[in-house]
Every structure is written in structure tokens, then in C-alpha cells.
Ligand binder design. Structure first.
Ligand code: PEP
Ligand code: CO
Length: 461
């Protein structure tokens, strides 16, 4: 997907007793209990022989691009499902998700006047952290559903058993997804070049309708102008696209951690850009141990309870040499908490002169449950947290370098609000998420336009 870029060798990969399995001597939270160690060993043994999903040169070229984002020369758009499922590994779901991400990125490129780095939350986003290990219904207690990488959501003992074969199935579904995404990108999405083909009926419902119509018309004009000058724009049909997932299930990640010819160290070749979730980011835990030794660019979710005293040692552990592009911090505070929680972290990292890319996840701090039992998020809270994030970074003299969103290209009704003002009753119509509520196609595009509107004006250039 990308070309090879020169990189500086990284010396710490094999240092201080690290190995792809050294995490096993630490406490590993959120791991399933496999009943049969031999069955697990046979599945991970097989997985370790299967081809990787990405290449080391793609991984290193993403790290370089993230370094450019740290300098303010690019903006990161990272998005996709909360949890992928094997059942959703279908042509329309994959292509619609890719389409909305590419359309959003065109809106951002045009508005922010800088290249957008596109990273999907897919081709491996199959494992989920859960608040409890077990679930009880009518007096029956079974293991919690932990994502298709581990078990199955139906409430039966067979379905909830942690099945090592799923490690191999997840790899296969990730490969199918990657293969289709790469083919779509290489072939080009015809209607990407023609915003007049985008589904924009929702714009009429927005108070900003006139402004949005002007924005979309201007994008169309720019694309046509460039195509007139240069012919069909190769850059739009061969856009770089990278993958990411929460590297939660460490047996899976370990089996796909490889050495390659002519590059030092170890690479996680299950994805370009793995991240550590909020629940597994303890400094002395297994996830931090695993992540410190891989050469990928990595991210960590940072929630509202994290203090500067906790964050700085984590940065030291994960990026001791202050390598450019290596570390992204994804803050996910909530619209109500961000004003208090974020500034001290920005100040501490700035004071210490540490190099990070700051990204806002305005989804995970804004989850609530409605009276009719749906897990939802309000568009106004998502937008509010993002607006505040831009302002807080601007006044701290730091830079918000990207956004991390849960979205789908489908017409679901999972988040409330947006131009069509979805309400509690609407959630019944098309609530499909197995885990967290996602922005639908329209809400995603609207948010991209709001990001442009907000950031032109408040972020340091
Ligand atoms: C997620 O990204 O789906 C997730 C579980 O996030 P967090 O770790 O921030 O809660
Ligand atoms: Co989620």
C-alpha cells in the first residue's frame, strides 16, 4: 500500500530481556481462560506459521507519516467498528465502511489543507475488554462474550467457551478484509471523485445546510480542476490506507510478531498500528511489556483518571528514546470531564518535551444507557468533546493531530442526534452494534464537516 521509506535503526527492541513472550511473566488482564493448553499451543503454533497481514515496510512508512503528523503536517483519521464480527466480513459492509472513511478524509483534506492519514479500525478488531469475566442470566453464569476472536455471543456454554481455533479464523477473516480493502483501493472508488454522487440528503436537515453544500461543491470543483489538469488523479485511487486494532489478546499478537530480513527487531505484523486499551495500560502489566518491544508505531488510550505521574513513566517505558512517530496518545475523557482531565496531561508532556501525537476519541467517554436499555452516545456530546479538545490544545500550545471514531458506513441508529436528530425511539429501528454505538454514514460525514469548521480557526497551524 505504501512505498519503503528510510528509517533510523531502533536499538531498544531486544533490550532488557524482552521477547515476544516476555509478557507472559506479567499480569495479563482481559485474557480468556483457555481450558486446554495443548489445544491453545497447537492453534498459536499454526498461527505463527501463517503469512503476516501487513509488511514491515508498510509499518515503518506509517511511523514516518505519524512523525509528520506530530509536526502538524498531517491529520490522522482513525475509525471503524467498536468490534468487528466474522458475520460482518461481507462485501457491502467492508466497502461502505471504507467509503465513508475515504469521503470523510476528502472533507478533511480539503478543509484542513493538509494530507490526512487514514487508519481503519479493522482487519483484526475482534477482541473486546469486558467489565466482568462472567455474565449471569436467570441464575446461569457463563463466561462473558469477549469478541469473535475468543468466543461467540449466544448465551450457551458451547458458544461462550474460549475456542483457540478462533485465533486462526480471526486471522483468516482479517486477511479476507485486508485483501478486499487493498483491491478496492487499488481499483479506485469511482464515486469518490464525484461528491454529487455522495448520499447527502441529510444535509437538508442541518442548520448548516448552506455551508455544507458550499463545502461539498468546493470539493467537487477542486477534484474536477485537478483532473482537468492532470487526468484521473492517481493519488485518489491509490491512497495509502493503514489498519489498526486494540492488541488485547496477547497470544494472538505474539504469534504474529515476527522478525524480517534486513530490519532490526520485532514487528507485530497482524496490523500496522496496534493500540493499548484503557483497561490494560498498567505500567507493570503484560500489555505494556509486550508493546515496548515491537517496532510498530503504537497508541495508548488515556482516560480521565490518568494523572501526569502515571502518564510520564508510561511514555518512558513505551518510547524511551523519544523516537518520532512511535507513540500516539488517544485521549477519551468524555464531554463532561475533558476540561479538567486533559490540561494537566498536556502540560506535563509538554514540560518534559516528550514527542507524542495527541488524538481525540470523543466516543468512549460519552457512552450512556437509555431508559429503553440501549447503549448510546449523543452526537452533541461527541461534538462537544471534540470542540473542547481543539480549544484545550490551542490554549496549551499543543496540537490535536487527529481523531479516533467508532463509525460504520451503514444506516444504523445507534448514536442519538445529528442533522436528522435521532431520538431514543429511533434506536429501535436499526441498532446493530454488538458492543458500542457507532456513528452512521450521515453522522460521520457531518462530524467530518464540523471538524473542519472547528479546527480552521482554533488549532495552531
Ligand atoms: C474501544 O476502543 O472500543 C475501547 C474499548 O476503548 P477504551 O479502551 O478507550 O475504553
Ligand atoms: Co468501543
Amino acid at each position: 500500500m505504501s512505498h519503503v521509506m528510510p528509517v533510523t535503526p531502533h536499538s531498544s527492541s531486544d533490550s532488557e530481556g524482552w521477547s515476544p513472550q516476555s509478557w507472559q511473566s506479567r499480569q495479563a488482564l482481559q485474557q480468556p481462560l483457555y481450558e486446554d493448553a495443548l489445544e491453545l499451543a497447537s492453534a498459536t503454533g499454526r498461527l505463527a506459521t501463517l503469512p503476516p497481514l501487513v509488511t514491515s515496510w508498510e509499518v515503518l512508512s506509517l511511523k514516518k507519516a505519524l512523525a509528520e503528523a506530530q509536526e502538524g503536517h498531517r491529520f490522522l483519521l482513525q475509525g471503524g467498528d467498536c468490534a468487528e464480527s466474522f458475520a460482518d466480513c461481507t462485501s457491502p459492509i467492508i466497502s461502505n465502511r471504507l467509503k465513508v472513511l475515504l469521503q470523510m478524509s476528502l472533507v478533511l483534506v480539503h478543509g484542513l489543507k493538509k494530507p490526512v492519514l487514514r487508519v481503519g479500525r479493522f482487519a483484526g478488531q475482534y477482541a473486546k475488554p469486558r467489565s466482568t469475566d462472567t455474565e449471569t442470566r436467570d441464575g446461569v453464569t457463563l463466561p462473558s462474550f469477549r469478541g469473535d476472536l475468543v468466543n461467540s455471543p449466544e448465551f450457551t456454554p458451547e458458544a461462550r467457551r474460549a475456542d483457540p481455533q478462533r485465533l486462526i479464523q480471526a486471522h483468516a477473516h482479517s486477511a479476507l478484509t485486508m485483501n478486499f480493502v487493498r483491491a478496492l483501493i487499488d481499483g479506485g472508488f469511482a464515486d469518490l471523485h464525484h461528491p454529487e454522487y455522495w448520499d447527502l440528503a441529510w444535509v437538508e436537515h442541518s442548520p448548516l445546510a448552506a455551508e455544507y453544500r458550499r463545502m461539498v461543491a468546493a470539493i467537487g470543483d477542486s477534484l474536477r480542476f485537478m483532473e482537468t489538469l492532470a487526468g484521473p488523479i492517481a493519488g485518489f485511487s491509490r491512497v495509502d490506507f493503514f489498519t489498526s486494532h486494540e492488541a488485547l489478546l496477547l497470544h494472538y499478537e505474539q504469534a504474529l510478531t515476527r522478525q524480517v530480513p534486513r530490519h532490526l527487531g520485532w514487528f507485530n505484523l497482524s496490523t500496522h498500528f496496534p493500540w493499548i486499551g484503557m483497561r490494560t495500560a498498567a505500567l507493570d502489566g503484560a500489555h505494556v511489556e509486550y508493546f515496548r518491544g515491537i517496532r510498530n508505531p503504537i497508541a495508548v488510550k488515556v482516560g480521565p483518571s490518568v494523572t501526569p505521574d502515571q502518564l510520564l513513566p508510561l511514555i518512558d517505558a513505551l518510547n524511551p528514546e523519544d523516537e518520532a512517530g512511535r507513540l500516539t496518545l488517544i485521549h477519551r475523557m468524555g464531554n463532561a470531564a475533558i476540561g479538567k482531565a486533559l490540561p494537566p496531561l498536556l502540560e506535563a508532556v509538554k514540560r518534559e518535551g516528550r514527542r507524542v501525537l495527541w488524538v481525540a476519541d470523543p466516543m468512549h467517554g460519552n457512552t450512556e444507557t437509555t431508559s429503553n436499555g440501549y447503549k448510546t452516545r449523543r452526537f452533541d456530546n461527541i461534538r462537544g468533546e471534540l470542540d473542547q479538545a481543539f480549544d484545550i490544545h490551542a490554549s496549551a500550545g499543543t496540537r490535536l493531530g487527529g481523531v479516533h471514531l467508532e463509525l460504520t458506513g451503514e444506516d444504523v441508529t445507534e448514536c442519538m442526534g445529528g442533522a436528522r436528530d435521532l431520538n431514543e425511539a429511533d434506536l429501535d429501528r436499526a441498532y446493530k452494534s454488538m458492543v458500542d454505538p457507532r456513528l452512521n454514514y450521515e453522522q460521520s460525514l457531518e462530524l467530518a464537516m464540523l471538524i473542519v469548521r472547528k479546527s480552521v480557526g482554533s488549532s495552531p497551524r
